[in-house]
Design a protein around this ligand. Sequence first.
Ligand SMILES: *Cc1c(COP(=O)(O)O)cnc(C)c1O
Length: 422
Amino acid sequence: MSNQTYYGPDFGALQAQDPEIASVLLSELERQRNGLQLIASENFTSPSVLAAMGSTLSNKYAEGYPGKRYYGGCEEVDKVEVIGNERAKSLFGAEHANLQAHSGASANVAVYQAFTKPGDTVLAMSLPHGGHLTHGSKVNFSGKWFNIVSYGVRQDNELIDYDELRDLAIANKPKMICSGATAYPSLIDFEKVRSICDEVGAIMWVDAAHFIGLVAGKAIPSPVPYADVVSFTTHKVLRGPRGGMILSKAEHAAAIDKAVFPGMQGGPIMSNVAAKAVALKEAATPAYQSYAKKVIENAQELAAGLTDHGMRAVSGGTQTHLALIDIRSTGVNGKVADERCGNSGITLNKNSIPYDPESPAVTSGIRVGSPATTTQGMGKAEMRQIADLISRAIKDGGEEAKAAAIRSDVKALCAKFPVYPN
Ligand SMILES: *Cc1c(COP(=O)(O)O)cnc(C)c1O
């Protein structure tokens, strides 16, 4: 079978048919190539993952599960979902896997639905301390439909306060306790969370969206042996397609599957399910394990570099792929730093720090991550250079002439580590 029929129309056809969209695709590739991508939740997927995502599997409706579909013609797509489920279970040592959730947030909708009813109490990480929107934001379904009680980090060490977590669990008797965050640079003590869940009879849910890739690469401890359910995205450190995934104990398999379909979604995006399977195979290799270790080393080096420039790493540094940096010493707030870095070719995000005196729209911090630059092949020396560039950008990125100079240094650095060469 030729590539043409398998992958669908090639880029040349798109350019001929729709130059307007094709040119955006090209300029986005240029943007990814010429700037530093430090958003902690972003990465560069492999060409194989992209190929599966861009395949004709996208055309197939496959509501249901392998062998139990609501439409005919699912023999082929059934194979990729079965392979993907088996790869997920084997990579993570999980009893059950569901690859159908369209995104991390959708996976979380399914988790709530599998274990709770509207109005139930759920304990989750406070948003200003790093929790995700789906952990109880007032503008999200979670905050609207559930009674969310939030726990946070201690002010002195900026680490999760497990004593507070236990006290809140005993006082509020939650149906479910969620651990996991979008901006928490340290490891979570899953054994401790399990013991608190057992003490109050709560479901242990780990939202591992950010760090599951590090677990896959055996660079940090896994929540899977402890948790009832682990939800995550496949496109962050894990380096797969945009999407979600859920692992669980066998006893919860039916509840999870029903919550995803028909509970929350219609047909799965089979091209992305195939791409998830491809990413899981990649993540099971020694090369990926060495990548995962480098991601952490690089994040630590980047945090150390920024510390050398007088900034402060929240919780004293990082044990993961991301660092949260308190930049108050620079005299610049997170919002302005984010803009100045962006103007200098460095893509990162402003981020609240724990007990931030500034509003979430302004913030006192930035969040930086190493997954994408590490995929490019950058190492510790480059992390030091990136720290220098960030420091320059925060100081000078508001002045166009100086920003242009930083942009050109950024571009020169990136040119040595080309993204999607050819
Ligand atoms: C990224 C993230 C999500 C949401 O994933 P989307 O694919 O953007 O919906 C959920 N939870 C956590 C902790 C995340 O970091």
